[in-house]
Design a protein around this ligand. Sequence first.
Ligand code: ISL
Ligand code: CA
Length: 532
Amino acid sequence: MKEWYKEAVVYQIYPKSFCDTNGDGIGDICGIISKLDYLKELGVNTIWLSPCYVSPGDDNGYDIADYRKIDPVYGSMDDFKAMLSEMKKRGMRLLMDLVVNHTSDEHKWFEESRKSKDNPYRNYYIWRDPVNGHEPNEWQSNFGGSAWEYDKTTGQYYLHLFSKKQPDLNWENPKVRQEIVDMMNYWLEMGVDGFRCDVINLISKDIENGISGDGPRLHEYIHLLNREALAPHNAMTVGEVWGLSPEESLMLTHPERQELSMVFQFEHMGVGRTGGRFYLGEFEPEKYVSVLAKWQEGLNGKGWNAICVENHDQSRCINRIGNTDKYRYESATMIATLVYAMQGTPYIFQGQELGLINPIFSSLEECRDIEALNAYPELLKEFDEEEVMRRFSGDSRDCGRAPIPWDDSENGGFTTGTPWLKLHDRYKEINAKADLLSSKSVYKYYKSLIRLHLENKTMLYGDFDLLYNKDSLSVYQRSGEDGIYKVICNFCDKPCAIDFNVLPETVILSNYSVEEEISELAPYQALIVKEV
Ligand code: ISL
Ligand code: CA
């Protein structure tokens, strides 16, 4: 069935790092407004805005203290409304970040909840008695340490699957569910078009039976949000879920179930990790492509994929998958071709369209992310300082969060003040202005790719078939209403032979100019070829 979300091309803005207009070193809403023409020109039609609600910022806004207010550091509600109307003027839609597994401990619900056991808000959160003077169970927080924090006022522990400043909401409480529904309607009625739903599969738990996520009432809760808020507004949703199979993801997204529009899967982003975060090994292109292919095949005709390369929790793809020196343009555009010529709704993380690279962190003082800060003492038990910083420079969440360099001026023109987090080290050379002036512009390539995606029915809706995937070469086919296309990618910095010839007149898009018949791909070459 046709749905608007299937023809969305989404651009993720991480507001803190996008564009600062008042010199406090932090991106803001006026900064976003100032770049809407840049985004319109790129061709994206939907913006996902990471949290900009009132927050003490323990997890950069994923710890919300007031769901209905804009944090003054980003601007006022008037600024927000102006941004929304400027987006609408340009035919763009807006997705807000919905962070409802937890709030900030500075949310008024939690401030009330912790006061006493009989406070009306007590049951908004998850409180348990100590067991033999200890935590109720062994659960660990995603950011390290116990997931339980003792609160001496009432002598109980509260649950926090993330930082201790992010207490988990108790979805078993119908009042909590109603508050969330009302809050979603508040934004939808203001004109927001949908939500990216943070760790949405964690909202249902069964603590007594050791279940910390994907709990027994998950589908019931999400269906409720759909019925009471999303469906009446024809809103789009993308769920952030970790570790699901395509079959499980269909349970959340099959249209008949009326839950979510689509989910992000992160399986391909884990390819090459030898352990959890900070344990990167050799990247394996064959595995990467086969994971993506599994999701293409698993959802085709039944569900709908969100296709993405990076986000604010990941490092830059060209550092991991591509080549940041000699073939930065080629590898950035090859990865884009591989992923965005597949079936699904594309999500582009800010800066990806410029082929941005990771910063190099040389001391802990340069790092900001709570996950890295918490992991630091643990990693030091295993590695020396230099090795820990090398791991942070390759795999910390700060990598993708580095501010965007807009030009080659001081701090890349991101701010006139001191940026809250350092920019990548080569911003004098790699920035938006330089990219747009270059004959090898990543932005312009993305623009062509997005246009092709939106204008070609095969690209939008066609079937996917993996034809070849070995070592560094992958070939897949899209077939549909507008013909048959082959997408051919070389993941390697050396030429790679193919056992068929490509005629220049059949090439729809490539990151190299193709002037004569070829039987070999150049380093990191990508081709979209029309079958004749
Ligand atoms: O990146 C991770 C840690 O290595 C993931 O576990 C990440 O925390 C997980 O994907 C959940 O992410 C989302 O919720 C978090 C927030 O910190 C992330 O920024 C957000 O994307 C808690 O709200
Ligand atoms: Ca600012």
